[in-house]
Design a protein around this ligand. Structure first.
Ligand code: CTP
Length: 400
């Protein structure tokens, strides 16, 4: 999961100086497409105005358990059920102790008891208050009851003390919640995928390209997101829409694809070369449209493009490298040769001479080849084949 689309987030703001950062937390959740509702305790309002949080969240603030109007709009039990996740940030020492004792004398206390959502707590208090035996016991009790803690962070505090007690920065809170919710086999992994054809310009209006639709690469990207990975998709020109959670980078030529791949391999764990990269490019691209002056033909001098997959495999040896081999004959023999010559961990071979699978269709049938085995995945929708391939990859890298 890379964003919170379709997630209902209930942010409970309690009365600490870090409450001023709640607006940023809301902004980041919303940027990641969450629907955010905010509960404020009375003391939180001393630190940040309800109007500010209402404006940023786009929803009315919830602050009272006994307000008839608020209860008729969305009652507290309804609000507790609405939430997919609850974040209490900042959470004061007092609020922690209230939760331990299950007090329901205000809206937040009642919601915490009534909700089955996963609850995250980002404490914020003076370091001595945090280190105090009572708070530490409350902390352990809440942990044992399944509450997830984010921080506190260490550092300089509002009162001038230096130590544990600062609220973790909003951006980090969001990242940590995301990775806690990501339970897929590839959670915590970053995968860079190339997809589609490349375009090698000859002159301003003409180019060399191929029939790749990008469907397999885009399916791989969606399946990787489903499996919990962070996905960088480097795509040649295609007409497909990428999954919303994918980081999409559009390129044209093989050189651009290589450059972008290098950039997004810096912190990646897996590289999947799914693109049908043009093997050759024009020696010199004409600045002006080439005229049909030659009577009997035109020679275009081509030179070889760099091989993106083997360049990445050599440059980032600790990553796991996967290539695709689109073949029309001696499919598995050629694929195995590519496994060796490109020095990669896995090659997915498919027969593009079979028009029912391969280029520009929704189905595929492949062999997943490593130096140890060959696993046949029979004809199925590209997204299902992609899921199976990613399952195999996740088993390999989690063993690595
Ligand atoms: N590939 C690449 N860069 C290139 C050519 C290919 O990264 N310049 C990658 C493809 O993305 C694929 C694998 O290499 O993962 C095999 O591509 P394919 O087109 O099947 O083979 P080629 O290496 O181009 O060899 P040939 O065309 O001779 O079969």
């Amino acid at each position: 999961m890379q964003n919170f689309s379709n997630k209902n987030v209930l942010l409970c703001v309690t009365g600490g100086i870090a409450a001023y950062k709640s607006a940023e937390i809301i902004r980041l959740f919303k940027k990641d497409e969450a629907d955010v509702r905010v509960v404020m305790t009375e003391s939180a309002k001393e630190f940040i105005t309800p109007l500010t949080l209402q404006a940023v969240s786009g929803n009315e603030i919830h602050d009272s358990l006994l307000d008839i109007k608020a209860e008729s709009a969305m009652g507290h039990i309804e609000l507790a059920k609405w939430a997919d996740l609850i974040l209490i940030a900042p959470c004061t020492a007092d609020s922690m102790s209230k939760i331990v004792y299950g007090r329901a004398d205000d809206l937040m206390g009642a919601l915490i008891l009534a909700s089955n959502a996963e609850i995250f707590i980002a404490p914020a208090m003076n370091m001595n208050m945090w280190l105090d035996k009572t708070t530490q016991e409350n902390y352990k009790t809440l942990l044992s009851r399944g509450f997830s803690f984010i921080g506190p962070a260490e550092g300089e505090q509002a009162c001038g003390d230096v130590g544990p007690g600062r609220m973790v920065e909003p951006i980090k809170i969001i990242e940590l919640i995301k990775s806690a919710l990501n339970q897929g086999p590839l959670s915590g992994k970053t995968i860079t995928i190339t997809a589609g054809p490349t375009r090698e310009q000859i002159d301003p209006v003409r180019f060399i390209s191929n029939n790749s639709s990008g469907k397999m690469g885009y399916a791989m990207a969606s399946a990787a997101v489903e499996a919990g990975a962070i996905v960088n998709l480097i795509s040649g020109p295609v007409t497909l829409l990428a999954d919303k959670s994918v980081n999409l980078y559009k390129v044209n030529s093989a050189d651009e694809m290589l450059e972008m791949s290098i950039k997004y391999m810096e912190d990646a764990d897996v590289f999947i070369g799914c693109a049908a990269v043009s093997d050759y490019k024009s020696m010199d691209i004409s600045d002006i449209k080439i005229k049909k002056e030659a009577a009997d033909g035109l020679n275009i001098h081509l030179k070889k493009n760099k091989d993106i997959l083997s360049t990445i495999a050599a440059k980032y040896p600790s990553a796991y490298h996967v290539g695709f081999a689109a073949e029309t004959n001696n499919v598995d023999f050629n694929a195995k040769e590519k496994l060796v010559s490109k020095k990669v961990d896995m090659i997915i071979s498919n027969d593009v001479s079979n028009t029912a699978i391969g280029f520009d269709v929704d189905d595929n049938e492949v062999n997943v080849i490593t130096n140890k085995e060959s696993i046949f995945l029979k004809k199925d929708k590209k997204i299902r084949i992609a899921r199976e391939i990613l399952n195999i990859i996740s088993m390999k890298i989690n063993k690595k």
